[in-house]
Design a protein around this ligand. Structure first.
Ligand SMILES: [Mg+2]
Length: 120
């Protein structure tokens, strides 16, 4: 199980990494923005992508759009403070699989992942 963690916040990437490790997921790659995320998906295969919304250079929506345009079907969970319904619909229309609102409990992240990938 290989996971791409995309967030401009190092603290958030570390937090997610810690939560995943507790669930036995240790094969993770970090990207700091959408550009890095898109390029990571061109060079490695992932089972799951956790995508922040607001990032410099390229945000999450644009990254999801480009990843989907390149034909990659990997599940993408938007991890975002953007709780407004319209924006979530926009993310799903862009190709996101699901979303998780920040701040989240560790258990919420794990159960979201399990609901998408099935228990590991
Ligand atoms: Mg951000």
């Amino acid at each position: 199980m290989k996971v791409l963690i995309v967030d401009d916040s190092l603290v958030m990437r570390k937090l997610i990494t810690t939560v995943l490790a507790k669930a036995g997921i240790t094969d993770v790659v970090h990207a700091q923005n959408g550009l890095e995320a898109v390029s990571s998906t061109q060079t490695a295969q992932f089972d799951l992508i956790l995508m922040d919304w607001n990032m410099p250079q390229m945000g999450g929506i644009e990254a999801v759009t480009q990843i989907r345009q390149s034909g990659i079907k990997t599940p993408i969970v938007m991890v975002t403070t953007e709780a407004e319904k319209e924006r979530i619909i926009k993310a799903l229309q862009a190709g996101a699989t699901n979303y998780l609102i920040k701040p989240f409990e560790p258990e919420a992240l794990i159960s979201k992942i399990q609901s998408i990938l099935g228990p590991s």
